[in-house]
Structure formats: structure tokens, C-alpha cells
Design a protein around this ligand. Structure first.
Ligand SMILES: C[S@@+](CC[C@H](N)C(=O)[O-])C[C@H]1O[C@@H](n2cnc3c(N)ncnc32)[C@H](O)[C@@H]1O
Length: 185
């Protein structure tokens, strides 16, 4: 049965559209954390609003893993990457709701982004544990949740869970329309 909390593919353009860059600029937001030659994942990437900016930041020898539950979202990322000439830097991966299934990436990522997706994940503890496993020691987890759907109390609960799993809260960046945090593995 479809998970009714997951953003359906046909709804993605309501927020992933040209106007969004006025308040979410991926390169400006992630530039302080993501540098040339690094490896990153955009989990719950949708059609790649952030994956494309991340691919620009990691440069020709970096790599971005764009992961999502929905094939249609991943097809959107691939189309966009081709158009931007960035296909060589972005690898799409289909994941399951409670399984990122990426043993080959364990301990290898400099940054994981989860933007407006954690509230759609059925088992946050398992998800956050898997995020931590993907990161290098000291690697960063950038989390942003929509204010409209996620109360401060629930966001704090997610940060507390991440803390119990061994991640350290480093920063609370201002993210428009969102609650944001950067944690270190
Ligand atoms: C609201 S959209 C946000 C998309 C993108 N991060 C952005 O900011 O434009 C949430 C995305 O997370 C994906 N998603 C939901 N649960 C997921 C899970 N457990 N693992 C991976 N992706 C998931 C959905 O398929 C959807 O593409």
C-alpha cells in the first residue's frame, strides 16, 4: 500500500519551480559545507532541486548520490542532470522507505542532505542510524524540515534521536520556511 505521508511525484512542481531559488539557493546554502572533490548524498532528492547545486559544488571529481523511493523522481533528476551537463557527477539510487541499502557507501560520505523528507520516513531511528553509517567520521548531516508540517517539538525530537545515535549538533542554520540543523557524525 502507498505511504500517504510520501510526497507524490505529481506534487513536486508545487515547490520545485523557478521561484524557489529566490528563497532556497542550493549553492549558497550548502557552499559552506560542501567543497570540490567531496562525496555527498541527497536523500529524498525529489527531482533534484538540491542535487544539481550539490553537483556544481563537488566539481568534476566529486560525486553526488541522489536517492529516492520513487523512480519518477529519479528520472527527473537524470533529465535535469543531462540538461545541466552534470550527469557524470550524479548517480541516482532507488531506495526503500526503511532501507537506504548502500553498503558500498558506508563511511565514505562527507555530507548527507535530507531536505523536507524526514517527516515522511516511517522509522526515523533506523533512518538516522543509516545516515550516520554512510558518513565519514566527522562528516556532516544537513537536515531541514518544513515548518508547515513539522512542529518545533517534533524537530527537537529528531535531533535528540540523532544525538542518541552519536551525532553532534553543530549549527542551527536559518533555512527559509524550515527548521534546520547541521550535525556531525
Ligand atoms: C517533499 S519531497 C522533497 C524533495 C527534495 N528534497 C526537495 O527539497 O526538493 C520529499 C521526497 O522524499 C522522498 N522520500 C520520502 N520518504 C523517503 C524515504 N524513506 N527514503 C528516501 N526518500 C524518501 C519522496 O519520494 C520525495 O521525493
Amino acid at each position: 500500500m502507498a505511504n500517504e505521508h510520501v510526497c507524490p511525484w505529481w506534487m513536486i512542481h508545487t515547490f520545485d519551480n523557478p521561484v524557489r531559488r529566490l528563497f532556497h539557493n542550493p549553492e549558497a546554502m550548502l557552499g559552506p559545507y560542501l567543497h570540490a572533490d567531496t562525496r555527498a548524498a541527497d536523500i529524498g532528492c525529489g527531482i533534484g532541486f538540491f542535487s544539481i547545486g550539490m553537483a556544481r559544488l563537488v566539481g568534476g571529481s566529486g560525486r553526488v548520490f541522489a536517492m529516492d523511493l520513487q523512480e519518477k523522481m529519479l528520472a527527473g533528476v537524470e533529465r535535469r542532470a543531462r540538461k545541466a551537463g552534470l550527469s557524470g557527477r550524479i548517480e541516482t539510487r532507488k531506495v526503500e522507505a526503511n532501507d537506504l541499502a548502500a553498503p558500498d557507501l558506508k563511511g565514505s560520505l562527507d555530507l548527507v542532505l535530507a531536505f523536507w523528507m524526514l517527516h515522511e520516513v516511517p522509522d526515523q531511528e533506523r533512518f538516522l542510524g543509516q545516515v550516520k553509517e554512510l558518513l565519514k567520521p566527522g562528516g556532516l548531516f544537513y537536515l531541514a524540515e518544513p515548518r508547515m508540517h513539522v512542529k518545533a517539538r517534533d524537530f527537537d525530537g529528531s535531533l535528540a534521536l540523532a544525538g542518541e545515535l552519536g551525532m553532534r549538533l553543530m549549527e542551527r542554520p536559518e533555512v527559509r520556511l524550515s527548521r534546520g540543523a547541521v550535525l556531525a557524525a
